[in-house]
Design a protein around this ligand. Sequence first.
Ligand code: TXA
Ligand code: MG
Length: 323
Amino acid sequence: MVEVGTDISKASTYLKQGQLVAIPTETVYGLAGNALDVKAVSSIFETKNRPSFDPLILHVASLEQVNPFVTAFPEKLKRLAEAFWPGPLTVLLPRKASVPDLVTSGLDRVAVRVPNHPLTLALLAQLDFPLAAPSANPFGYISPTQAGHVAAQLGTQIPYILDGGACAVGLESTIVGMEEEQVVIYRLGGLDISEIESLVGPVIVQAHSSSNPSAPGQLASHYAPRKPFVLGDLTELVPQLVQQGKKVGVLSFSTHFPSLSADRQVTLSARQDLKEAAQRLFMAMRLLDESDAELIVAELIPEIGLGRAINDRLKRAAAQPTH
Ligand code: TXA
Ligand code: MG
C-alpha cells in the first residue's frame, strides 16, 4: 500500500530510481516521473490508463531550467512566465530533441510549467531532471486536490504520495501558446484570462472540444464523475427530482437546500467567491460521487473570471463519455 508523507528525500529517491511519486501542486496533484526516462514516462501512461496521444507537462523549478528543452521562448510567453511562475500557467514552446517523443506525443511543442508548491519546488531542486506529471487521476476522472484522493485511486500502483495538503487553486493550470503573433489559450484554468490579457493584450480562446484535440483537456467528456451528472436550474430540478423519490446529490454555487440531507449537497461558496468555489470544485464532485446519491445535479456559475474555467469543468463533467 502507498505511503503518504512529507519526506522529500524519500520522494526524490523513488524518482531517481525511475519510480512514480504523486506530488502536490497549487492546482491539482500530479503523478510524477523522470521526464527524461522513457520507462518512467510510459509507466505514467499505464498507471493512469491514459492514451499515448495525450502529451504530458514538464515541471521544472525555475524559468531558466526550461532552456535545455526548448528552441525558443517567444517574448510574450516569456513575459507571462516571468509574471506568473511559479503558478498555474503552462506554456507550449517549440521543443528540443532532448524531450522524449512520448512526453509530447510526437508533437513539435512541449508543455512546461513551474508549479507553486513549496514541497514540490524543494523536490525539483534536488533533481537533475524535469518531472513529467499529469493530474494524478485515472484518465477521464476528476482531478485530485488532496493526497487522500490520490491514495483512493492510485494507492495500489505507486510507492509514495508527497502530502502537501489541499491544493490552493483547485483547477488545473491555464495552457497558453503562440500561433503566429497571437497568444492562444488551449485550456481554461487556474490563472484567469484577464490577468493574462493585462500583460499581452487580447488572446484567442481555443479551449473547445474536438475528437482530435491538441490538448485532451479539450475532450468534451473529461473530469467526469461516475454518476449521472446533470446541469440545470437547481431551484426547478431539485424539487422535481425529490418529488419523484430520487436520491439527488446537489452541487450548488451558493444555495443551500434545507430540505435535503446535508451529506448529499455541497455548496461551493456561500459568499459567492470564485476562488473559493474553484478550490472546492473537484473535492465537491468527488464527495457527491461517493455519497449515496443516484445522480448529481449542478448549476453553472457566473461566467466571469475563474467562473469560466469552473463552468468549463462542469460542462465536461456533464458531457456523455465518448471513450
Ligand atoms: O495544473 C496542471 O497543469 C496539472 C498539474 C499536475 O501540473 N497537470 C495537468 O496535466 O493537468 P494533465 O496531463 O492532466 O493535462 C495536461 C494537458 C493535457 O490536456 C495535454 O493534452 C496538454 O496539457 N498538453 C501537454 N503537452 C501538450 C503539447 N505539447 N501540446 C498541446 N497540449 C499539450
Ligand atoms: Mg488531467
